[in-house]
Design a protein around this ligand. Structure first.
Ligand SMILES: *Cc1c(COP(=O)(O)O)cnc(C)c1O
Length: 809
């Protein structure tokens, strides 16, 4: 019998299997060498690992190209001699950090699922020159560094200058007898860059199209008052700044003009692209003068991922009414049937409310259209609720006040035929709070689509050891039908399977420990419980509650050093928005607690606190497969869904969490007794709000809480700067919107139950297996199938597009 493969060998074998899937190994080698020679202009003597990565990426890309072209037309074994360490080359690829947290990552999972389900879908966005910043920790504080991810080029993208499109800004509006004209605008060009999105083993390759801003060649030169040619060329940067950098806020609205320009830029370019494609299809009626838009909503669905592309609604109206001369009512019907809106948060500080004054200047015609939409909407409401003036105020798209603002969420609800939340509890909250009046008006519009993650990236790719262990028992079909994980349920008492699952986890933990030691010079105990809390740093996500627990554990060890404690390595990671003072202080607090705890000889390796620097997808792919415990502890009612929670569940970590977001459905699927659920429910939070939350009450009657808070405020963790955390303590004691102290006692008790189960490894792994077996609902394939059927009116297809005939050179 052959020697069992190590995890690293398994991973390589999977990768080589993937390479073998590219065709004949000799052909692959030929293509690889050709790219090394002709594309990279290198030979084996001087090639660097990066050159090998690019040669390999181009080889893979060539493989996709035939399928990519064919898909678009359709819409309308081992060879160690190759001598490449694929895992090393994987490390060279930059993260495409084009989003902030869960929202952008969700879109990426959706693209994977749409291609795998054979849906003719396009993902649109901005090709930011600088994605989310790289986080460095210096003296315990976050320092931001520019993410120059395109420095060495991007082998996956193809620029399409021939499809470049103009986007207009500023100017003035003229109402003439033959329609409305938007004149004297400034033009910026949108250059598309296409990236292939392959489905899983179905020969489908969809397109992600990202727009980059380009100044027109006559930019600032057509202005007769600008005579300075050099100045004019330098000013091209002003136009090209539109796609320069991602705004790094997560769940926070910052009303900057450049951000509004970004939002209109992607919308205007994308709608032109969609309409061009519709007109060139057989459904555009091919009337030489006038396109028939009647069938547009049957052929096109636009899903708005939050309100960031909300301008799609007035922009589609502008194109239909002003350009295509469709009458208003018809255009409005088409727009509503085409658009659907996904809400991602109910936090008021995250909702986009743009000053009217900014629109007046930047998008004057869109402002008029929004006023006209609002007028008809309010007339309708007034007719149904005569005399209810307050309702009109509440439901208006325009908020009156010192600064008149446009409420983009209201615009999205009015202009869409479907509105959905992203987890059951969140969809209910949406109907009862932010959109209560709108729900009363049109209850049939409101839906739920619980988020999901792609099992290809978040299991097969990141955790090949676990994927193989499952494949051995139930075959490979679960990778495209995750509900089949249910077949693992009868194996919860299978001794060999329990051993295999525990072994894979231990291997992943060892590998992650080695990674931390090599890259960050930190040594951790790989047999300790890996307690992981990774996500953007935000008060509502309550990293501070975790800190209070860590301090409590530390104090307990110090009080009774001889007692047996379950060894824990607490890892906390995530980026703070650069302007979010409290989030940055939270990072400093975590690193400061680590400085004390990690160097206390009494503690030894029973407790370690590690801040995971620069949390991003490539780090998530390493840490999640190694986690024992997943922290999902937001205040009930604040986390819309979460997707991190699902990644951990699928990778064999147990969840400690509140009844918030998708945690509720995870507990329903696996049985609440198989998660560690604690704390206030949404109803309790509401009751506490009515009564009045008083942090002092908890501080006064919970001695361990008092001790921990006093230590933070007295400078126990920051001896050189005793006042360092005064803002944190002041917030917790006097204006904590997220009620950290109210959940402290339940959380600490629940953590004690976690310890108790961890002492029983077999009992622990049985719960892990139950969780994995019940995680099938959280595949983005299920989510996308629901969007397709219930919002877009299309049916997924498992038809295989035939493989292409590759032209030979
Ligand atoms: C999945 C993911 C998120 C979202 O995590 P939540 O816990 O749902 O907030 C954020 N960042 C990265 C890098 C992720 O992979």
């Amino acid at each position: 019998m052959a020697k069992p493969l190590t995890d690293s060998e398994k991973r390589k074998q999977i990768s080589v299997r993937g390479l073998a899937g590219l065709g004949d190994v000799a052909e692959v080698r030929k293509s690889f060498n050709r790219h090394l020679h002709f594309t990279l202009v290198k030979d084996r003597n001087v090639a660097t690992p990066r050159d090998y990565f690019f040669a390999l990426a181009h080889t893979v890309r060539d493989h996709l190209v035939g399928r990519w072209i064919r898909t678009q037309q359709h819409y309308y074994e081992r060879d160690p001699k190759l001598g490449l360490d694929l895992e090393e080359l994987e490390e060279i690829e930059e993260d495409a950090g084009l989003g902030n947290g869960g929202l952008g990552r969700l879109a990426a999972c959706f693209l994977d699922s749409m291609a795998t389900l054979g849906l003719a879908a396009y993902g649109y966005g901005i090709r930011y020159e600088f994605g989310i910043f790289n986080q460095k920790i210096v003296n315990g504080w976050q320092v931001e560094e520019a993410d120059d991810w395109l420095r060495y080029g991007n082998p996956w993208e193809k620029a399409r200058p021939e499809y470049m499109l103009p986007v207009h800004f500023y100017g003035r509006v003229e109402h003439t007898p033959d329609g409305v004209k938007w004149l004297d605008t400034q033009v910026v060009l949108a250059m598309p860059y296409d990236t292939p999105v392959p489905g899983y083993k179905n020969n489908t390759v969809n397109t992600m199209r990202l727009w980059s801003a380009k100044a027109p060649n006559d930019f600032k030169l057509q202005d007769f008052n600008v005579g300075d040619y050099i100045e004019a060329v330098l000013d091209r940067n002003l136009a090209e700044n539109i796609s320069r950098v991602l705004y790094p806020n997560d769940n926070f609205f910052e009303g900057k003009e450049l951000r509004l320009k970004q939002e209109y830029f992607v919308v205007a370019a994308t709608l032109q692209d969609i309409i061009r494609r519709f007109k060139s299809s057989k459904f555009g009626c091919r009337d030489p003068v006038r396109t028939c838009f009647e069938t547009f909503p049957d052929k096109v669905a636009i899903q708005l991922n939050d309100t960031h592309p909300a301008l799609s609604i007035p922009e589609l109206m502008r194109i239909l009414v002003d350009v295509e001369k469709v009458d208003w009512d018809k255009a409005w019907e088409i727009t509503k049937k085409t658009c659907a809106y996904t809400n991602h948060t109910v936090l008021p500080e995250a909702l986009e409310r743009w000053p009217v004054s900014m629109f007046e200047k930047l998008l004057p015609r869109h402002l008029e259209i929004i006023y006209a939409i609002n007028q008809r909407h309010l007339d309708h409401v007034a007719a149904l609720f005569p005399g209810d003036v307050d309702r009109l105020r509440r439901m208006s798209v325009i908020e009156e006040g010192d600064c008149k603002r446009i409420n983009m969420a209201h615009l999205c609800v009015i202009g869409s035929h479907a509105v959905n939340g992203v987890a059951r509890i969140h969809s209910e909250i949406v109907k009862q709070s932010v959109f209560k009046d709108f729900y009363e008006l049109e209850p049939e519009k409101f839906q739920n689509k619980t988020n999901g993650i792609t099992p290809r990236r978040w299991l097969l790719l990141c955790n090949p050891g676990l994927a193989d262990t499952i494949v051995e028992k139930i075959g490979e079909e679960f990778l495209t039908d995750l509900s089949q994980l249910k077949k693992l349920l009868p194996l919860v008492n299978d001794e060999a399977f329990i051993r295999d699952v525990a072994k894979v986890k231990q291997e992943n933990k060892l590998k992650f420990s080695a990674f931390l030691e090599k890259e960050y010079k930190v040594k951790i105990n790989p047999s300790s419980m890996f307690d992981v809390h990774v996500k953007r740093i935000h008060e509502y996500k309550r990293q501070l509650l975790n800190c209070l627990h860590v301090i409590t554990l530390y104090n307990r060890i110090k009080r009774d050093p001889a007692k047996a404690f379950v060894p824990r390595t607490v890892m906390i990671g995530g980026k703070a928005a650069p302007g979010y003072h409290m989030a940055k202080l939270i990072i400093k607090l975590v690193t400061s607690i680590g400085d004390v705890v990690n160097h206390d000889p009494v503690v030894g390796d029973r407790l370690k606190v590690i801040f995971l620097e620069n949390y991003r997808v490539s780090l998530a792919e390493k840490v999640i497969p190694a986690a024992d415990l997943s922290q999902q502890i937001s205040t009930a009612g604040t986390e819309a869904s979460g997707t991190g929670n699902m990644k951990f569940m699928l990778n064999g970590a147990l969840t400690i969490g509140t009844m918030d977001g998708a945690n509720v459905e995870m507990a329903e699927e696996a049985g609440a007794e198989n998660l560690f659920i604690f704390g206030l429910r949404v109803e309790d939070v509401e009751a506490l709000d009515r009564k009045g939350y008083n942090a002092r009450e908890y501080y006064d009657c919970l001695p361990e809480l008092k001790q921990a808070v006093d230590q933070i405020s007295s400078g126990f963790f920051s001896p050189k700067e005793p006042d360092c955390f005064k803002d944190v303590v002041n917030m917790l004691m006097h204006h904590d919107r997220f009620k950290v102290f109210a959940d402290y006692e339940a959380y600490v008790q629940c953590q004690a139950q976690v310890d108790q189960l961890y002492r029983n490894p077999k009992g622990w792994t049985k719960k892990v297996i139950r969780n994995i077996a019940c995680s099938g609902k959280f595949s983005s394939d299920r989510t996308i199938t629901e969007y397709a059927r219930e919002i877009w009116g299309v049916e997924p297809s498992d038809l295989q597009i035939p493989p292409p005939n590759i032209p030979r050179d």
